[in-house]
Design a protein around this ligand. Sequence first.
Ligand SMILES: [Fe+2]
Ligand SMILES: [Fe+2]
Length: 286
Amino acid sequence: MRSKVKKIEGRSKSSKKCLFISDIHDGHINAVSTLHPYKKDGDYELKLNDDMQDVHYHWCKMLDEVGRLDFLCINGEPVEGEHRKTGGKGTWSNDILDQINDFKKLSNMIKYDSFALTIGSGYHITVGNSTSDDLVIEHLSRHGKNICEVNGKSVQNYFINVDINGKLFSITHHLRSSSIQSYRSTPAASEAAGLEFLRGKLYPHERDIDVIIRGHIHYYWQHDSGHQLVFVVPSWKLWDDFVLKKGLQGVLNHIGGLEIIVEPNGEIIWHKHLLEKYPIPTILSV
Ligand SMILES: [Fe+2]
Ligand SMILES: [Fe+2]
């Protein structure tokens, strides 16, 4: 995939380069962060272990490779959230402002002209009666245009239809999941089929959806039905206790982002920036 992107020479200036990232979960001990996330309560900086340093450097490498973007899509869950019910279990700080401050530093590394942020799962973004997304959007707006803002107001962004060089993208965070390996393609295929019933309701009757972008389930998936591409964008969290609920099969997720270029002639080129190395737990002995 990567070589296909790099081989194209003299690409027209009106090509649109996009990066889709999802489920970043900054704030969780197993998710991407800066090298030294700062926790206000106690006034200390955390030092990442080797595995999490690899995840951090993969974030940097991906952004070096993609360069400046026409469009950045954060498809839900930039931060982990407070985890109120469990007192912040699994987080390096359950203060969402610490998490957002760290995410701001990560996002400052991304160069983009425009962006969109879709809404993720409620328990990751709720802060009192508000959402952490508002603060994230405010920060992201300093570096590029929020395409979800019309006449100074943010429009709904649970799901968005975006035209990129004439290709229609359907983007939303959620997707049904399957922890059973042999059924991993089913949620993406089922979403593609289900969208046909929404023609004329959630998108114009006369348009076809060319690209479907989803997230939430933390593993990368892609399929091509000949006239339509479906991508499940990977995450930036290695694992947590939630994915262990169905046994170890759920743990196999992917770390990375998805770059898509739409050429003026409608050609769609993609490159999945996946972390190749997977941290293998140490074998213990008795
Ligand atoms: Fe997530
Ligand atoms: Fe989610």
